[in-house]
Write a protein that binds this ligand. Sequence first.
Ligand code: NAI
Ligand code: AKG
Length: 527
Amino acid sequence: MTKPRVLISDKMDPNAERLLREGGCDVDVITGETPEQLIARIGDYDGLAIRSSTKVTKEIIDAAKNLKVIGRAGIGVDNVDIPYASAKGVVVMNTPFGNSITTAEHAIAMMFALARQIPEANAQTQQGLWPKNGFMGIEVTGKTLGLIGAGNIGSIVASRALGLRMKVVAFDPFLSPERAVELGIEKVELDDLLARADFITLHTPLTDQTRNILSRENLAKTKKGVRIVNCARGGLIDEAALKDALDSGQVAGAALDVFQTEPAKESPLFGTPGFICTPHLGASTNEAQVNVALQVAEQIADFLVNGGVTNALNMPSLSAEEAPKLKPYMALAQRLGSLVGQLTTGSLARISIHTEGAAAELNAKPIVAAVLAGFLRTQSDTVNMVNAPFLAKERGLEVREVKTEKAGDYHTLIRVSVKTDSGERSVAGTLFSNSEPRLVELFGIKVEAELDGPMMYIVNEDAPGFIGRIGTLLGENAINIGTFNLGRREAGGEAVLLLSVDEPVPAAVVEKARALPGVKRVMALGF
Ligand SMILES: NC(=O)C1=CN([C@@H]2O[C@H](COP(=O)(O)OP(=O)(O)OC[C@H]3O[C@@H](n4cnc5c(N)ncnc54)[C@H](O)[C@@H]3O)[C@@H](O)[C@H]2O)C=CC1
Ligand SMILES: O=C(O)CCC(=O)C(=O)O
């Protein structure tokens, strides 16, 4: 088997390359390329490992014909077009905890640097000025720190600040009152934070809600002489308004690790008294870089080699232990989805995925994604488990999940029901020997079949002589039957025949089968 190929396109700790190789991948480390160079190169790779320099745009994803996974060695994924990657079926992963302590420590370092004006005092001292009287600082003890965003990094900053005997208030709409109590901080509204904080630190992702959260208007609401630290993302603060607020003294100091445009080679803020900055160094410690490199490499290799999914932003997680157990279920789910997709006509309103018995004990998300992938792949070749849930949503398809832990006739069962304008119908399947996917029911008729390769589906009136006629027709057209699976509602009622054949059944033969007496429906199927 050829090894999956991974490209590391940003500077990363060498452990990433080592671990990817040990995990069974071929690796190239080619950093600092232009977008055009990356577009020309990316087509060969199954995996892409990045930090923040590589911008994974639509153009790059379009050029990446084999790409299955993008791994971000870090937290923020605003440099990846996730909706487009999802639409193209590419998994996007990050490493959500590896650099949080380091980034929190950078925010605390920036806070102290502002409180004691360390960068400027250092510069002047080294110029020989010995500026003993020009740098009166402030203590942080007893001061109020306002956190905007109290997730992983914000909480670590809070714990360090509490250790420094600061009072901590936080604005975060998703912070529960219980979690605030647990952290020892006060949950407040943004205006309250702006009015009370002596220091403000930002720790949110850049989203439509957080963009410009420290706008000109909000900066005007801050306590006079506030000091502001941003080690999250440029774009959270209006930089022009910040410059004015520093000039007017409304803001006594500002420390930015991140800028609206990076690399920030020029900015109106440069040279402003009270302003200090670092070039996006929040995550730059040996410890954090080893952490994120190891994590991203492990996650990418696990996904490409074993099918394990960890920390994916656009796909349900699936541990390497779960993956082998779920694999036959996903194959069954995909085939049932494909079967209903091929047999369903008319507009579809709802698809329900019901797991029963042993199947109900499993993580349902990958099973649901596999049913949707099988179903939607009958409409488009580019559908996979990553983009199927997004496409289903885009197409307005209602997806329901139902679990029944008690086993019925089978120890494990997946039932897929579809509701169309002509009613609700379902197919169901089980695993034989815990690993072999098998259809056991088709639209209310018990029929056992492996859904594998080319098949023919026939609904007819149950009457003597029909099987001979269909066998003759296929024989006359040199179509070899592999398996023959028959079911019926009742004697003399509607019967269903599922044949596996060695070659896809040509349309002309399907037409001839339709013309046989008693035949109601014929379709060539493929799995
Ligand atoms: N400077 C650097 O090198 C680094 C920067 N970062 C940045 O730090 C950010 C935060 O990282 P984590 O704490 O790990 O993320 P997280 O996801 O654990 O926390 C983000 C918090 O922001 C909150 N939030 C979301 N929308 C909000 C809103 N409208 N107003 C207020 N709060 C809101 C969330 O509820 C969450 O609690 C990342 O998104 C990344 O952009 C992360 C690592 C390194
Ligand atoms: O990789 C880096 O240096 C930046 C880290 C970062 O911004 C993040 O993890 O969100």
